[in-house]
Ligand binder design. Structure first.
Ligand code: B1M
Length: 210
């Protein structure tokens, strides 16, 4: 669909205002929000990621693309969320210590809220202690950790250990995700569930709480 290509291409160029207008146009044309997200915004960000890797794009370009992504997702948020759904559980979410990537984490949060979960967003650069203290003090049933860097994904193992030390491991589930994370890694560190994308994360959280 050409409008989705246009969204992807303008995101790659960091044209936040144009991306916002195109996303609104796609919504008005009746294209499902999930399709706009996946085939327009995420697809564009993946190209930026490939260019970044190949040294064809640099941090400033990535930042303007991230800003365009955020403007687009802000418009999709109310459509991805199912209105009027009663909260069915409490979750805390964050990007692990040392890691500042938050676009994927924000999508997971958005999808979970859409499924009626109450989500406490701890932001980025979150220490294992912050995850565990929040789960303990706020009564969260699930801790959700996101990591985008191979150098920070190991912190997720520290979250599992911190939950054990705090004596809450039996009462809290730990979900992990982010581009470098795999199911095998999840099992190695003793977390409960790896999911590859935000929508699956939300469905899985709801299923775990049922
Ligand atoms: Co960064 N960066 N970055 N970056 N960046 C990556 C991750 C990288 C793969 C780029 C590359 O080389 N191709 C690379 C990591 C390499 C590695 O670790 N092996 C990298 C690097 C190296 C760096 C820096 C070190 C660069 C530098 O400074 N030299 C630096 C690190 C800063 C830090 O964190 N300490 C850095 C900085 C940045 C920016 C600040 C410029 C910016 C972040 C802006 C922001 O987030 N606000 C940025 C970006 C945007 C990227 C890329 C291009 C895009 C990431 C993204 O938002 N994707 C990325 C390349 C790439 O991933 N293709 C890259 C879109 C988003 C929707 O996907 O977050 O994967 P993602 O989320 C997905 C799933 O993973 C999943 O759901 C989402 C889809 O539905 N998911 C979960 C995520 N969390 C989940 C949790 C779950 C379940 C599913 O359960 C709890």
């Amino acid at each position: 669909m050409s409008i989705l290509n246009d969204i992807s291409e303008n995101l790659q160029r960091g044209k936040a205002k144009v991306v916002k207008e195109l996303v609104q146009q796609a919504i008005d044309d009746g294209i499902p929000a999930r399709q706009i997200l996946e085939e327009g915004l995420i697809s564009g960000m993946n190209v930026v990621g490939e260019k970044f890797k190949a040294n064809e794009a640099f941090v400033p370009e990535v930042l303007v693309a991230a800003r365009a992504m955020n403007m687009g997702t802000a418009l999709l948020k109310p459509l991805l969320a199912e209105s009027g759904v009663k909260a069915t559980g409490k979750v805390c979410i964050g990007t692990v210590k040392g890691d500042l990537h938050d676009i994927g984490k924000n999508l997971v949060k958005m999808m979970m809220e859409g499924k009626g979960l109450e989500v406490i967003d701890l932001g980025v650069d979150v220490s294992p202690e912050q995850f565990v203290d929040t789960a303990k003090n706020e009564g969260c049933q699930i801790i959700c950790c996101s990591a985008l860097l191979t150098t920070t994904m190991g912190v997720m193992g520290d979250v599992v250990k911190a939950a054990e030390s705090a004596g809450i491991r039996d009462s809290v589930k730990i979900m992990v995700g982010g581009a470098p994370v795999t199911d095998t890694f999840c099992q190695q560190i003793g977390a409960d569930k790896y999911t590859p994308d935000a929508a699956t994360a939300a469905d899985t959280a709801v299923a775990m709480l049922a």
